[in-house]
Write a protein that binds this ligand. Structure first.
Ligand code: NAD
Length: 495
């Protein structure tokens, strides 16, 4: 059995083989996975993956489906709970692996890896009294509504929090009776492949498979294939739209977790002693590369200057460097594309009428700095609400702070976006915050907090272009099933 502990010390390379139908495939055409915080270091390899292997995985999952679906939900939950124990012992080493392939801090990586446990625990518990069948009152006959698993679920995962995000789909899909094919991002695949492989070894062959390969070919094939009945996609709006088009060709059920541009609204009575560190954490976690990170801050004009001063001072304490260094509080950007995008955004912000303040400390030498995708925190003030640094999903450590006058204006600005993932309101008047929260068009509105990963029992997803359907909570399990109505009921006067 392969485990990350036996293969990995800090500098060893991890071979991320595909796992299909109960066995790891030999790695052919290996693609190197670099460490974004040390570009000369190769963290591991994955195979390129072909359409034929994608088909093999889908067909294995389809073949495993009838027997897996025929088990009771309790039998499946027991099997899944036992299987996940397998990946628990290597958790710390896996967090190191994830930090090396993603660039995030070790603690952030550990939180992501532990996400698999939180998801499995939650859905195993939920299965204990999950209602699978019920009889609505029916005159003239009997009606039974029953839940049926759908078949093969395809799960496509981004690079920013791959383990947690994959398991938000894997755990409810398996417990519902669906079989699974996971496709990680080519940028950060290794910790997820390791987690899935370890768990899959304890499940019947074909129930859980992991494939690799370019999104535009392998991801597209998964989204289009007729045997895949449920698609769970987490990623950008741009690719999400393409996946929806591809999934439409076979009328798949889709859950789409897409981009965000979360606003934080700071009211004049906010307690800055708690609001500033709370918002700061929500801005710079994962170097700004989390869908739920705060990406625009709106502050009432009476406290604007004070807020900017406190926020800038606090952000100046951020230590940027290699995520494995325990002194580092913010890691690197993950991909070259994202690094270039954020640097362009910084240049654009500097060229306009706004003011850009660069803060934070470097925990590496100038030479090491150039050998990684590092960017210090950037604070942008004095820009218009329509500036691109405000309207786009920056996905990097650059944050605009904008002043508003009235609450109506704040709500209008917060809602003036094609995104609607999460948001937050910061005030000492909690009752008033609850009222205001209802006016925000977002899947989640926090009050005096802005979690960067919503709790697994809270429905999670976006309004508008931020997504379709919901992950987390009971709804994510319900969405794994088709509803079938069995009926002897006759319509009045008819059949
Ligand atoms: P991405 O859309 O570029 O890629 C996501 C996944 O899709 C990858 O596995 C990729 O290989 C695959 N893919 C690429 N082209 C494809 C295609 N044509 N068909 C099928 N699959 C394809 O996203 P990313 O850059 O990896 O991740 C960052 C984005 O993810 C951000 O926009 C972020 O907001 C979003 N995200 C959303 C959530 C959420 O829950 N709402 C969570 C995390 C990240």
């Amino acid at each position: 059995m392969s485990t990350v502990q036996t293969k990995l010390t800090n500098q060893q390379q991890y071979e991320g083989a595909m796992y299909i139908n109960g066995r790891a495939l030999p790695v052919q055409n290996p693609i190197p996975i670099p460490n974004p915080a040390r570009l000369t270091e190769v963290v591991g390899t994955i195979p390129k993956g072909s359409i034929a292997e994608c088909h093999m995985a889908i067909e294995a999952a389809q073949a495993a489906f009838p027997a897996w679906a025929a088990l009771s939900i309790h039998e499946r939950a027991r099997t899944v709970a036992t299987a996940y124990e397998a990946f628990m012992p290597g958790m710390d080493d896996r967090a190191v692996l994830l930090s090396r392939e993603n660039g995030k801090t070790r603690i952030e990586a550990w939180f992501d890896c532990m996400g698999a446990k939180r998801c499995v625990d939650y859905y195993v518990n939920l299965s204990k009294d999950f209602e699978l069948e019920w009889e609505p009152p029916a005159p003239n006959g009997r009606v039974v509504v029953t839940r049926k698993p759908m078949g093969v679920a395809g799960i496509i995962v981004p690079w920013n929090a791959p383990v947690l995000l994959a398991y938000l789909g894997i755990a409810p899909a398996l417990i519902a009776g669906n079989t699974v094919v996971v496709k990680p991002s080519n940028f950060v695949p290794l910790a997820l492949i390791d987690t899935v492989r370890l768990m899959a070894e304890y499940l019947p062959p074909g129930v859980l498979n992991v494939i690799t390969g370019p999104g535009a070919a392998i991801g597209k094939e998964l989204a289009s294939h007729p045997l895949v009945r449920r698609m769970i996609f987490t990623g950008s709006v741009e690719v999400g739209k393409q996946v929806l088009l591809d999934a439409a060709s076979t009328v798949k059920r889709c859950t789409m977790e897409l981009g965000g541009n979360d606003p934080a609204i700071v009211l004049p009575d906010a307690n800055l002693d708690t609001a500033v560190p709370g918002i700061l954490r929500a801005v710079f976690t994962g170097a700004g590369q989390i869908c739920y990170d705060v990406k625009r801050i709106y502050v009432q004009k009476d406290i604007y200057s004070q807020f900017v001063k406190c926020f800038t001072e606090a952000a100046d304490e951020i230590v940027v460097g290699n995520g494995l260094d325990p002194n580092v509080t913010m890691g690197s950007i993950t991909t070259k594309e994202q690094y270039n995008f954020v640097n362009d955004l910084i240049a654009e912000s500097k060229a306009g009428s706004g003011k850009v303040t660069v803060v934070g400390k470097k925990a590496v030498s100038e030479e090491e700095w150039k050998n990684g995708y590092f960017i210090l925190p950037h604070i942008v003030t004095g820009v218009d609400h329509r500036h691109r640094v405000v309207t786009c999903e920056q996905f990097g450590p650059i944050i605009p702070i904008i002043s508003f006058d009235t609450e109506e204006e704040a709500v209008r600005l917060a809602n003036d976006s094609e995104f609607g993932l999460a948001s937050s309101i910061w005030t000492e008047d909690i009752e008033h915050a609850w009222e205001l929260a209802r006016k925000i068009d977002a899947g989640t509105t926090f009050v005096n907090t802005h979690a960067v990963a919503s709790a697994v029992d809270m429905p999670f997803g976006g309004f508008k272009w931020s997504g379709l359907g919901r992950s987390h909570g009971v709804i994510a399990l319900e969405e794994q099933y088709e509803l079938q109505t069995l009926s002897t009921r006759k319509l009045q006067g008819g059949n």
